[in-house]
Write a protein that binds this ligand. Structure first.
Ligand SMILES: [Zn+2]
Length: 229
């Protein structure tokens, strides 16, 4: 057990990475890291640990997701008159919301790049998401319309992946939605709790996300759950 935001999480131990396992690293991009427009507190502190896990996976399946928005993306408060980042906003179809964000991860800008310290040398697959200006995409599997697939499921299935491990940013948005969809798609899903950080917007969102994941049957691990031998 570990205590995280006052919630007891049952932690898996002694995980051996196998051929049908995949590591999903969510949105480790400059805009979500220190100095970025949507910096997640403590985000930089998880880079080294994620690199350690990438090492364990070696030439196995590691997927990076990348938030990749056009400038006119409707998740940006700047594209709604009179709105500020953090304001509540939901489009009727649920494709945008529940809140608006500052401009972030605009295609081909510095903020959209992966952090230079993230070890991307062996990465075979990057899944870009949020490219449609009218649809946000928190999950690395499905855009927020819950219909449009990003290609992650097909990629994992073509590699016979059965189990996924989620790390990255932010805990209560993109990691959370990736984990929930991953379980729905039939993967045994692990959330690596010390290799993620949350935004907690609105306040309480991290705890709610954790409770929902526990209730749904998502498993939890920490970096040291993995067998580094
Ligand atoms: Zn975004």
């Amino acid at each position: 057990m570990v205590k995280f935001h006052d919630i007891d999480l049952k932690i898996e131990n002694d995980i051996q990475v196998k051929k049908d396992d995949a590591l999903i690293v969510v949105d480790m991009q400059y805009d979500f890291l220190s100095g970025g427009s949507l910096a997640v507190e403590g985000g930089n502190l998880i880079i080294d640990g994620i690199n350690d896990l990438i090492d364990i996976f070696g030439d196995g399946i590691v997927v990076l997701s990348q938030d990749w928005h056009p400038q006119d993306h409707l998740s940006f408060a700047s594209n709604h008159s009179g709105k500020n980042p953090g304001d509540e906003f939901s489009s009727k179809d649920g494709a945008i919301g529940p809140i608006l964000w500052p401009d972030h991860c605009i295609q081909n800008t510095h903020g959209a790049r992966f952090h230079e310290n993230l070890n991307t040398k062996l990465i075979k697959k990057v899944i870009q998401k949020g490219t449609n200006p009218k649809i946000d995409s928190y999950s690395a599997f499905l855009e927020n319309d819950k219909k449009t697939e990003t290609g992650l499921k097909d990629y994992l299935n073509s590699n016979n992946i059965k189990k996924i491990y989620i790390s990255g940013l932010a805990l209560d948005y993109c990691c959370y939605n990736t984990a929930m969809d991953g379980l729905d798609f039939g993967y045994k899903t692990y959330f690596i709790i010390d290799l993620t950080r949350g935004v907690d917007l609105p306040p309480g969102n991290i705890v709610n996300s954790l409770k929902n994941m526990i209730n749904k049957g998502i498993n939890f691990a920490i970096k040291n759950s993995f067998n580094f031998k």
